[in-house]
Write a protein that binds this ligand. Structure first.
Ligand code: RIB
Length: 284
């Protein structure tokens, strides 16, 4: 069983469903509202866990009304949370609009995630003992750099999902072993990704591609009825990390199946599939 550590965000997603997303200055009527735990870090942690890995989460919640539900979703998924801090104030919040095609628009306010500015000695030993460090960019970049540097020094592989996209120092790229990007990010980060050994590009319904020492190949994706794409890329990334030790080809198949299944239900963490569901798709 792979041992994964996520150093990343956890948010409460406030999700409104609507037929179409509003134009600037326009007011429209929505069709439903729900609050669902999410955040790229937590989504990827839960996806890795449900795909079969042992997972530690290093992150932060606030002291607001959402904090209890955010802690509970990690506990319910048997994710180790000795690295989870409580920071006075607001938890991370994502305001999400999902249209009837399942596409979304998201605004994230960092809250407690933005206060994850230091790693403790206990965090460092979790990173040193893990097989893979999994990071995204919803926490301070300096913390991601520190975690990646420490992982490198202890032969822990570094998997970066550089989202939401922002400029990153070369020092961080030099520590990354595996990058997962969407097509837009792949185009924008073309030169930076040149320094990364293994690059996976997600292509929505068209699957995903890999390039690295094991060659170049594409997985065509899994056809599904899309309800909500929120968290699909995170589910892809978590499942990929959980199965990376089986080789990029097998890991990509798991990731594509998991990511596709994640679009078939509403809500980020709520829609992440279990290993048995993913295996059913892989063997169908
Ligand atoms: O990738 C989807 C996630 O982005 C949501 O769960 C939201 O919290 C934002 O972080």
């Amino acid at each position: 069983m792979a041992r994964i550590v996520v150093v990343g965000s956890i948010n409460m997603d406030l999700v409104t469903r609507t037929a179409r997303r509003p134009a600037p200055g326009e007011t429209i009527l929505g069709t439903a509202f729900d609050s669902v735990p999410g955040g790229k870090g937590a989504n990827q942690a839960i996806a890795a866990r449900r795909a079969g890995a042992r997972v530690d989460f290093i992150g932060a919640t606030g002291t607001d009304v959402f904090a209890g539900a955010l802690r509970k979703v990690l506990a319910d998924n048997e994710i180790a949370t000795t690295g989870l801090r409580t920071i006075e104030g607001s938890s991370g919040i994502a305001t999400i609009v999902v249209d009837e095609s399942g596409e979304n628009s998201i605004i994230v306010v960092g809250g407690a995630n933005a206060a994850l500015t230091e790693l403790t000695e206990a965090d460092r030993s979790i990173i040193a003992d893990a097989d893979i460090l999994l990071c995204q960019l919803e926490i301070p970049v300096d913390t991601v750099i520190e975690a990646a540097r420490h992982a490198r020094a202890h032969d822990t592989l570094v998997l970066l999902n550089p989202s939401p996209a922002r400029p990153l120092p070369d020092e961080l790229w030099a520590s990354v072993d595996i990058a997962v990007v969407n097509e837009g990010e792949a185009a924008r980060l073309d030169s930076e990704l040149g320094a990364v050994s293994h690059v996976l590009v997600t292509r929505g319904g068209a699957g995903a591609s890999y390039r690295g020492p094991d060659g170049e190949f594409t997985h065509p994706g899994v056809p599904v009825e899309v309800v909500d794409t929120t968290g699909a890329g995170d589910t892809f990334t978590g499942a990929l990390a959980a199965h990376w030790h089986e080789g990029p080809d097998t890991a990509l198949a798991w990731a594509c199946a998991a990511g596709a299944l994640a679009t078939t239900a509403f809500g980020a963490t709520a829609a992440i599939p279990a290993a048995a569901e993913i295996e059913r798709v892989l063997h169908s």
